[in-house]
Structures are given as C-alpha cells and as structure tokens.
Design a protein around this ligand. Structure first.
Ligand code: FAD
Length: 308
C-alpha cells in the first residue's frame, strides 16, 4: 500500500507527488491523462518566473520533475470509485477503469475540472483560435479587439468587467431575461462605456475564416430571429465542472456543484483524504494556485501520517 496516493496528474497532482516523495514516503500518482488542462493550453504567461511557455512544454517539465523522484507513475488510469478506510489510520481504496484497485493511508484528490462548453458548431474548430475560456489567461491576447462573453453569472460578468479594461469592446450574451450575477457586479458592468449586454440570447454558432474566429451567431429568444455579431474573440463563461462524478455517493463532502470541500490544510471531510486544485472549493482556478494547493495538501497528508 502507498503512504500517499495522488489521483490526477495536472499541476496540483504533480506538485503533491513531488512534495510527498521528498519526504521519503511511498508515493504513487494515478492520472487519466498526465498534464491535465495544461496539455490543452497554448500560451501561458502568468506562471510566475516564466514569462512565456506553452502547455505541452510545461507538461513535459512537470513529468520530468516528478520522474526525478521515486514516484510510482500510473498514466491513463481513470478512477471510478472510492472506499474510505473503516477506521482512522486505516487504508483507503480507489478503483480504476482498468479493474485495478490501489490502497493508501492517505489520498490527495486532484482530478481537476473542465470548462462547460456551449456545444455549438465552430466552438471546437476555433478553440484557442478566438474561442477562449480563461479571461485571466487569454484576455491580453485580445487587446483592443472585439470580444463576446457568454454567460451572465458572476464569472461571466466579472470576466466582462475585467476584459473591458483590456479589449476594445465587449458584448455580454445572456441566455435568460436577466443576468444572475450579484447586483454590485451588474451595476459596475452597466457603468462601462465599451460594453453591450444582450439578454434572451442563445448562442448558436461560432463563425470564422478558417483560421480564426470572426463572429458569433445567436438566436434572439424573444422572436426566434437569428442575429450575428462581428468580433475576434469569444470567452465562454458558463461554468467549470469539477471531475468528481466518480466520488458521487462517497462520504466526501462536496458543494451542490460537485466541488470538494477542503479545510485550511487541504483535508476533506474524510480523515486522511486531502484534495487540491480545480476540483476543490478553493477560488481562482489557475496553474500557480493548483500547484501551491497540491503542495499544501501533500504536506497536510504527511502531517496526518506522522500523527496516525
Ligand atoms: P487539471 O489540470 O484539470 O488536471 C486534472 C488531472 O486529473 C488530469 O491529469 C486528469 O487526467 C486527471 N483526472 C481527471 N479525472 C480523473 C479520474 N477520474 N481518475 C484519474 N485521473 C483523473 N491557468 C493559468 O494559470 N494560466 C493559463 O494561461 C491557463 N490557461 C488555460 C487554458 C485553457 C484552455 C484551460 C482549459 C485552462 C487554463 N488554465 C490556465 C487553468 C489551469 O489549466 C488549471 O487551473 C489547472 O490545470 C488546474 O490544475 P489541476 O491539477 O487542479 O487540474
């Protein structure tokens, strides 16, 4: 059995595995796909101390760093269920789609999240070619340009306010007849001169010239008319879905949205089970934050081990 088994091989999982291995304890890491969301990222310019890098490059650096230590790396392993230890200090069990079951005294759950997509034609074709999901990451790439933000919840309205300071013009598209964001955010948004808000609008297609986005088509839900907007960028802000389907029905406490609730040490409601990164309630989903949280959860797990 492992002392610490990390589930997930994104920045949070990689950091957790390195921190555990450096304590000289028996460490394993099992991941559906090593690298996580970083593998799908083009330019990264906010990984502090590295002015510019690319997703695949950072993924191989992460993998090399983990391989510097005695870590049992199990790639292409999707966890399907979790069984908590029967007594404090006992062994937790995780089962995988391969049929394998692994046991460990402590776990660090770092299965990350995925952006909810619009599922409309053109979205996949122009992903990273105008279609973006992270305003903190990609906002500066649209300096002076026209963009749309899809979604009028808190994240959509925050993104629109943030982007309005960088880009030339922002159109916020909301499906319902009103935005769901906090009133203070809505008020701030409405005070900005380079922002238009379109309510009752259902995005139906991302258009492009073959290499980059050039517009968005939406249906006006009040009269079913199809309309189009010319623009260079589309930020989709309709939710981040944590990868916790495999934990449903387990005793690990989660929010109604499926985020794992952790304490200041990264521990979940199950003693000995820790979590880190985008899969948790910790706000601001970023690489540097996921890494810090992974390190913290792993130190939390080590602390737990020496006390049990
Ligand atoms: P993830 O990176 O999501 O990794 C999750 C890991 O868990 C993966 O290895 C996955 O295969 C594995 N996994 C999932 N389910 C299971 C399962 N059931 N069993 C086993 N393994 C599982 N952040 C920045 O700071 N700067 C940027 O420029 C930036 N750009 C981005 C661009 C895009 C297109 C996207 C999608 C995200 C971007 N982000 C950026 C956000 C950043 O990638 C995430 O915050 C970060 O990757 C979160 O790390 P994580 O380790 O928590 O999760």
């Amino acid at each position: 059995a492992f002392d610490t088994l990390v589930i997930g091989g994104g920045p949070a999982g990689a950091a957790a595995a390195i921190y555990s291995a450096r304590k000289g304890i028996n460490t394993g890491i099992a991941a559906g796909r090593f690298g996580g969301q970083v593998a799908d990222t083009m330019g990264i310019e906010n990984f502090i101390s590295v002015s510019h890098t690319e997703g695949p490059k950072l993924v191989s650096a992460l993998e090399e760093h983990v391989k510097d230590y005695e870590v049992d790396i199990m790639n292409l392993q999707l966890a399907t269920s979790f069984k908590a230890a029967e007594a404090q200090g006992g062994l937790h069990e995780v089962s995988f789609d391969s049929g394998a079951t692994l046991k460990s005294k402590t776990l660090v759950l770092a299965t990350g999240a995925r952006w909810r997509e619009m599922n409309v034609p053109g979205e996949q074709q122009y992903r990273n070619k105008g279609v973006a999901y992270c305003p903190h990451c990609d906002g500066p790439l649209f300096k002076g340009k026209r963009v749309a933000v899809i979604g009028g919840g808190n994240s959509g309205v925050e993104a629109a306010i943030d982007l309005a300071g960088i880009v030339g013009h922002v159109t916020l598209i909301e499906f319902m007849g009103e935005m769901r964001a906090d009133a203070v955010l809505q008020k701030k948004l409405k005070s900005l001169t380079n922002v238009d808000i379109i309510l009752n609008a259902q995005s139906t297609e991302v258009t492009g010239d073959g290499s980059r986005v050039n517009g968005l088509i939406y249906k006006d839900r009040t009269n079913d008319e199809s309309k189009s907007i010319a623009l260079e960028g589309i930020f989709v802000q309709i939710g981040l879905v944590p990868n916790t389907e495999w934990l449903k029905g387990s005793p690990i406490e989660m929010t109604p949205r499926g985020e794992i609730i952790v304490d200041a040490h990264g521990m979940t409601s199950v003693p000995g089970v820790f979590a880190a990164g985008d899969v948790t309630t910790v706000p601001y989903k970023q690489i540097i934050i996921a890494m810090g949280e992974g390190a913290k959860a792993s130190l939390g797990a080590f602390d737990y081990l020496i006390r049990n």
